[in-house]
Ligand binder design. Structure first.
Ligand code: MG
Length: 383
């Protein structure tokens, strides 16, 4: 075995700055211009600030728990459909693709994508509504805000600070999602790209999963332009008798259409608004958009999904059960917050018991909530 040391194993300090300077467009967010972290830290010798953010998110407990949380369809319906974690990875993958073509900061994009659904409670939006009902007029629960609470307060991994001490840009990108129209003004292109990728991912994978689970049938989609055009493109290329192969080919084509359209329209917007610098981006409204035509097709698909899939009797039944369980668990845990561990005990002191119990329930996986509803004692969540 050669005694030669590894060459290039550890890049010299400054390598990520050079790399970004060579690759990023002038309107991208360079790591070197980050507004930094709430608790100042020395720079890492070979990882950029956004690379560190991404790594901190992928190593945190809330991220791992996404594997066991519902996206749209619960674990009891099978194992092949998307979970909250696989959805998150699809968003990160699509957003990186879009960001790379536009010359944006992919490390920042990845961090934003990996954090975007971190705050989802068990059983998805049904769980979110149930937690909001539990709080009533004592507060407000939304998953976008809960993601911030997790990464700023609840995660306990570092001796020097609470949370993950992420950069201002990642926190601000997530904060923009908390308010309606928050993404329409003064938002980095990296944040806008992740939002567009989120829509593309769930629109297409919800169709895919609903077909696979038998909640939808191919012919029901024929009136939707997005599906119809993708189907025609697939048929021009192949004659596929295998329904599953045909389905995946059409879904793939829809993703290609949506990604291609958002790239084309965004480039046009960058030109039309003469966007040359980061300051130009921050002065402009939303630039990462679909064309009007594709946007209308996407909205038609979303309306269809809402009626046929999200309101499917099986999902409505699941929603009602999840809401009942969450309500019961909330009532049971009120008055015994000391059983939830020191993090939530402290939250009860600063934010009230109802908020602390809701935040605890939001952290649980689907299975943990089911166990709690069946009478198991509350688990103290490891950091
Ligand atoms: Mg999402």
């Amino acid at each position: 075995m050669s005694s030669q040391p590894f060459v290039g194993f550890c890049e010299p300090t400054g390598a990520w700055q050079d790399r970004e300077q060579a690759l990023l467009a002038h309107y991208a967010m360079p790591s070197a211009q980050s507004r930094g972290r709430r608790y100042p830290e020395p720079e890492h010798p070979y990882r950029s600030p956004y690379q560190r953010d991404r790594d901190r998110i992928t190593h945190c407990a809330a991220y791992r728990r996404l594997s066991y949380k519902t996206q749209v369809f619960t674990g009891s319906m099978g194992q092949e459909h998307r979970t909250r974690l696989t959805h998150t990875l699809e968003v990160a993958s699509l957003a990186r693709t879009i960001g790379r073509v536009l010359g944006l900061n992919e490390d920042l994009i990845e961090a934003l994508a990996l954090v975007h659904d971190l705050g989802h409670p068990p059983f998805g939006h049904a769980g979110e509504q149930a937690l909001q009902s539990c709080l009533g007029d004592q507060g407000h629960f939304c998953h976008n805000q809960h993601a911030l609470t997790l990464v700023e307060e609840l995660e306990q991994r570092y001796p020097e600070f609470p949370g993950l001490n992420l950069t201002w840009e990642v926190l601000e990108g997530q904060r923009a999602k908390v308010h309606p129209q928050g993404l329409d003004q003064g938002t980095l292109l990296e944040t806008q790209v992740v939002d567009a990728a989120d829509n593309i991912a769930y629109d297409t994978h919800d169709v895919d999963d609903a077909l696979t689970l038998g909640l939808l049938h191919l012919e029901e989609l024929n009136h939707l332009d997005l599906w119809k055009h993708a189907q025609a493109a697939v048929r021009r290329r192949w004659t596929l008798s295998d329904a599953r192969l045909f389905q995946t080919a059409v879904v793939r084509q829809m993703i290609d259409t949506l990604v291609g359209d958002v790239l084309h329209t965004t480039r046009q917007n960058l030109q039309r608004h003469e966007i040359r610098t980061l300051a130009d981006v921050l002065r402009a409204g939303r630039l990462v958009r679909h064309s009007q035509e594709v946007s209308q097709q996407q909205q038609a698909l979303e309306r269809f999904l809402f009626q046929k899939v999200y309101r499917h009797p099986l999902l409505l039944q699941m929603r009602a059960q999840a809401q009942e369980m969450i309500g019961q668990c909330f009532e049971r845990l009120l008055g015994q917050v000391e059983r939830l561990g020191t993090v939530f005990e402290r939250r009860a002191q600063t934010h009230g018991e109802a908020v602390a119990v809701v935040e605890y329930l939001a952290c649980l996986t689907d299975e943990e909530l089911l166990a709690l509803a069946r009478g198991a004692p509350p688990r103290i969540l490891p950091p």
